[in-house]
Ligand binder design. Sequence first.
Ligand code: ADP
Ligand code: MG
Length: 256
Amino acid sequence: MNVLSIENLTKIYRGRAGGPPTAALEEVSLSLTAGDFTAVMGPSGSGKTTLLNLVATIDAPTSGRILVDGVDLAELDDEGLATFRRERLGFVFQDANLLDTMSLAENIALPLALARRPADEILARVDELAEELGIAAALHKYPAEVSGGQRQRAAAARAVAAKPALVLADEPTGALDSASSRDLLECFSGLNEKRGATILLVTHDPFAASWCKRVLFIKDGRLYTELRRGPGGRKELFDRVLGVLASLEGESRAAR
Ligand SMILES: Nc1ncnc2c1ncn2[C@@H]1O[C@H](COP(=O)(O)OP(=O)(O)O)[C@@H](O)[C@H]1O
Ligand SMILES: [Mg+2]
């Protein structure tokens, strides 16, 4: 079964103060199956964040359907949406969004505590994830006391802690240096491969996209093309991503 099905999704923002409306997404259809690790790329303003916000239920579509684990988001009321977000989705943003007054361990434990899991299970799961993501030694520190890379890895651990159906990440490496980006991407890749986490990652960065199994490109709110990782692995996918980005650029220039 599809973890995520998006059918003919359209989002039109009403123009401010009588200005013209913006079609941020037009008739986008795509699906993710369990264990997918998919990047969404596209020029600035192409609709990437809009897409993620609609799946995250932060905003509602103008038309079209979104199903997560077979549940049509349009059929949930406010309380249903809040429960859905808490239980079925994991989030990683550009800034870790950890709670400053809690240690990394407490932050990672939060979704499990909200799900009322037993204390021994929570402790075991936090330890196991911290070990896997290389932040075991920093668990009892506060977010302000660790590096940006460690904060993002803690955010990734928190996102997968309660085993959500889908992890959504918007530019998670955007604020990291290249070594920390690489560490974080290795973490995502490990969570995907070893734990079967299904991940949808929005990124500007071809290096980040090259860690994924599939890369979707959007342009002016429409799906443009898609690439899949082949036998050539990450390096080859990276080169193909650069090729598509160059043709996207070229078309935009020609249109001007
Ligand atoms: N809240 C909003 N109100 C009006 N227009 C918006 C809003 N959010 C985004 N847009 C417009 O929708 C388009 C897509 O934006 P966005 O999804 O943020 O693109 P990306 O994340 O790819 O840079 C852009 O033209 C942007 O200006
Ligand atoms: Mg964006």
